[in-house]
Design a protein around this ligand. Sequence first.
Ligand SMILES: *[C@@H]1O[C@H](CO)[C@@H](O)[C@H](O)[C@H]1NC(C)=O
Ligand SMILES: *[C@@H]1O[C@H](CO)[C@@H](O)[C@H](O)[C@H]1NC(C)=O
Ligand SMILES: *[C@@H]1O[C@H](CO)[C@@H](O)[C@H](O)[C@H]1NC(C)=O
Ligand SMILES: *[C@@H]1O[C@H](CO)[C@@H](O)[C@H](O)[C@H]1NC(C)=O
Ligand SMILES: *[C@@H]1O[C@H](CO)[C@@H](O)[C@H](O)[C@H]1NC(C)=O
Ligand SMILES: *[C@@H]1O[C@H](CO)[C@@H](O)[C@H](O)[C@H]1NC(C)=O
Length: 298
Amino acid sequence: MFLLFRIFILNTIWLFDGVNCLTDDRKIEDVVLNGTWIDDRFDFDPEECNVANGKWIFNHSIKPLYSDMSCPYIDKQFSCVKNGRNDSHYLHWEWQPEDCNLPQFNPEIALKKLQGKRLLFVGDSLQRNQWESFVCLVQGIIPEKKKSMKRGRVHSVFKAKEYNASIEFYWAPFLVESNTDINIIGDPKKRIIKVDEINERAKNWTGVDILVFNSYVWWMSGLRVKALWGSFSNGEEGYEELDTSIAYNLGLRTWANWVDSTINPNKTRVFFTTMSPAHTKSLSLKLHISITISLTFL
Ligand SMILES: *[C@@H]1O[C@H](CO)[C@@H](O)[C@H](O)[C@H]1NC(C)=O
Ligand SMILES: *[C@@H]1O[C@H](CO)[C@@H](O)[C@H](O)[C@H]1NC(C)=O
Ligand SMILES: *[C@@H]1O[C@H](CO)[C@@H](O)[C@H](O)[C@H]1NC(C)=O
Ligand SMILES: *[C@@H]1O[C@H](CO)[C@@H](O)[C@H](O)[C@H]1NC(C)=O
Ligand SMILES: *[C@@H]1O[C@H](CO)[C@@H](O)[C@H](O)[C@H]1NC(C)=O
Ligand SMILES: *[C@@H]1O[C@H](CO)[C@@H](O)[C@H](O)[C@H]1NC(C)=O
């Protein structure tokens, strides 16, 4: 993860995702902790500990808070079991920061912190996966009658009624607007991204207490993308082909300017998640490492 503009890194505790089929490519034996390891890490302190500096470790003793069979909200697209995976090794990885020990995720504390608040995830399907994971992490301790889930094509809302808290997802794969936001265009060559337009959809992201954004995988459909921007905007015919990295840079600037001009940092915390492995193929885990490195220098 990398710091972008003036936005904070998403707290890795929240990112912890018990169901991620893809972290399991390495031989488990290679990374099991040596039992005689001397642990000199300090207790977690968000001011002191760089949670982004660490590694995934395998730990048989982990008891995940949910699995894709116990949580009813996981789409088939994100479900290892429903897609035929029959081992459960992937449930036993945990993020270990170099310098400190992360406390265990506690659903009750998380819900108390969200009391009277709205948490909104905005982005693509990887972000929807994060949203579902977060809902799954907390939903297990809420009785059936005290929670609700309303799924929409664009906007979905999970509510924890006793806490008056909502955990929501808003579909916006490029964050900025495009001709493929609502009615998805399969052929990437026909997609046109309006790299300097965001306001119409972003209206629905205001009045939220915690905003978590992501966007990148939809930009990765080729070396160049069709973009509409500034004086080139002349109907959809006025697009220009731009290098993908330039278009992504313009799109993220549009988004960052919207955040700076619209969001009151005293009321709303904003996070941005950069690249993470896609959920479609384990191969992409390796590919995205090189993409991550190249985009860091944008
Ligand atoms: C475990 O750690 C000890 C002490 O550092 C070392 O001597 C030993 O070789 C390690 N064992 C393995 C399997 O890595
Ligand atoms: C493995 O997980 C268990 C249960 O969460 C924990 O008590 C233990 O400290 C972990 N072991 C290591 C080496 O981190
Ligand atoms: C699990 O899946 C693998 C590969 O798909 C298969 O070879 C193996 O027989 C399966 N094991 C069980 C217990 O079903
Ligand atoms: C519930 O939370 C919303 C914000 O999400 C707030 O506007 C409202 O006043 C809260 N209601 C109660 C009864 O606390
Ligand atoms: C977005 O907000 C507008 C009002 O500003 C509302 O009419 C519309 O239904 C909202 N769209 C979604 C998907 O929530
Ligand atoms: C946020 O709070 C600080 C300190 O209380 C204040 O100086 C600043 O003007 C506030 N910013 C906004 C946008 O309200």
